[in-house]
Design a protein around this ligand. Structure first.
Ligand code: S3P
Length: 438
């Protein structure tokens, strides 16, 4: 199968340089459509990520009757329909590869007075959904899934939701956000308490829309029956996309890269902390805030990295960055150990197994464990690795070309378009020797 899909061929190169503007943050882009659609009035969005995942959310809301103009150069005009203005779609909502769309929409749609069906691609249809359907059922929602607790999900709608006090069993921003979005439609106050900090874009954006929500320590409280007041949203560049180029610059022999106006929300900066612990030369310049989210230019130079034991408290704050951090570890001096990251096994692919397989194929001693990996660095060799249709696996192995002894072929790379549509163009423009084969 894989051989029929887009492949990347990356040949060795030594340098990676320049000032780079990256596409918009995926998490914030999804939320801008969801909250913008439910607002009273017109919401203008700039910096929207025109990648397949965020576009799947956009199409879903268009199907539910929301008029959305754009995207054009990252700009959208959303004509919000108010909290009860969505209409039933006449077909299933196809959310492609996007776990964020499916899990957040489950909460939001549980509060509507119509039925919705959510479907996705093979990867999304294999991902665990009980983590959202269980708390929603406790709130009174009725949702059908497969016997394995996976999509398709049929969300009955038309059920009165009651508020809950929910202790998240996993540190997951998607589950937290799902319950909060359902909480907007519940009677009374819903609280969600998380075991460790996770990305808080939903909470920040709800505040931006003047929705009644408070955060105290690890508990978020949302009032049912509120309203979203139209506002404009500027989406910063995605730190998860920046991570590939941060690692690329750190491992390249000769590199000086500045990534412009990247979101540095403290619930997302685990990758910076981990790379700093590994000895990377990183500075944050021009720090400021746009629309309730902190941003900075990230300056990173060629660095001699060292292996570390990754602190478990940083895991949820860098959850999407481990594929490329494993590449950094393979290029460091000394062993790197990751623990407490079993969630990586249920992402777009099993990122522990798939990265260990690929690193081993390139000659690196990478040992998967149930909840992480032990990596003994070495010379990255030449070979073929499988991207498994997981955008972040394909992009991570591309960066290995900045340190490999020979060409690396990466199979099944189409899904890079889900989060980083101009990844190849930017990589090539700034120093990678990368070709796309279809
Ligand atoms: C996301 C949360 C994370 C992350 C995903 C985006 C979000 O998932 O991996 O890419 O936008 O809320 P989990 O909540 O499952 O950790």
């Amino acid at each position: 199968m894989s051989a029929l899909k887009t492949r990347f061929l990356v040949k060795p190169s030594d340098s990676f340089n320049g000032k780079i503007r990256l596409p918009g943050d995926k998490s914030i882009s999804h939320r801008s459509i969801m909250l913008g659609s439910l607002a009273d009035g017109v919401v203008e969005v700039s910096g929207f990520l025109e990648g397949e995942d965020a576009l799947a959310t956009l199409e879903a809301f268009k199907k539910m009757g929301v008029k959305i103009e754009g995207p054009e150069n990252g700009k959208l005009i959303i004509h919000g329909v108010g909290m009860s203005g969505l209409q039933a779609a006449n077909t299933a909502l196809d959310l492609g590869n996007s776990g964020t769309s499916m899990r957040l929409l489950s909460g939001l749609l549980a509060g509507q007075n119509f039925e919705s069906t959510l479907i996705g691609d093979a990867s999304l249809s294999g991902r665990p959904m009980r983590r959202v359907t269980d708390p929603l059922a406790t709130m009174g929602a009725e949702i059908e899934s497969t016997e394995y607790g996976t999509a398709p999900l049929v969300i009955k709608g038309g059920r009165a939701l009651n508020s809950i006090n929910y202790n998240l069993p996993v540190a997951s921003a998607q589950v937290k956000s799902c319950v909060l979005l359902a909480g907007m439609y519940a009677q009374g106050e819903t609280t969600v308490t998380e075991p460790a900090p996770t990305r808080d874009h939903t909470e920040r954006m709800l505040k931006g829309f003047a929705y009644p929500i408070t955060v105290s320590g690890s508990t978020v409280t949302i009032q049912g029956g509120g309203k979203l007041k139209a506002t404009s949203i500027q989406v910063p560049a995605d730190i998860s996309s920046a991570a590939f180029f941060m690692v690329g610059a750190a491992i390249a022999k000769q590199a000086d890269v500045t990534l412009l106006e990247v979101g540095i929300n403290p619930t997302r900066t685990g990758v910076i902390d981990i790379l700093k612990l590994m000895g990377a030369k990183i500075d944050l310049l021009n720090q400021k805030e746009i629309g309730g989210e902190p941003i900075a230019d990230i300056h990173i130079q060629s660095s001699q990295l060292k292996g570390i034991k990754i602190p478990e408290k940083l895991v949820p704050l860098a959850i999407d960055e481990f594929p490329v951090l494993f590449i950094a570890a393979a290029c460091a001096r000394g062993q790197t150990i990751l623990t407490g990251a079993e969630e990586l096994r249920v992402k777009e692919s099993d990122r522990i197994q798939v990265m260990a397989d690929g690193l081993q194929a390139l000659g690196i001693d990478a040992r998967p464990t149930p909840d992480g990996m032990i990596i003994n660095p070495g010379q990255i060799g030449s070979g073929t690795v499988d991207g498994h249709g997981d955008h972040r696996i394909s992009m991570a192995f591309t960066m290995a070309g900045l340190r490999s002894s020979g060409p690396i072929e990466i199979l099944d790379c189409d899904n890079v378009a889900t989060s980083f549509p101009n990844f190849v163009e930017l990589s090539v423009n700034h120093g990678l020797n990368l070709m796309v084969k279809t």
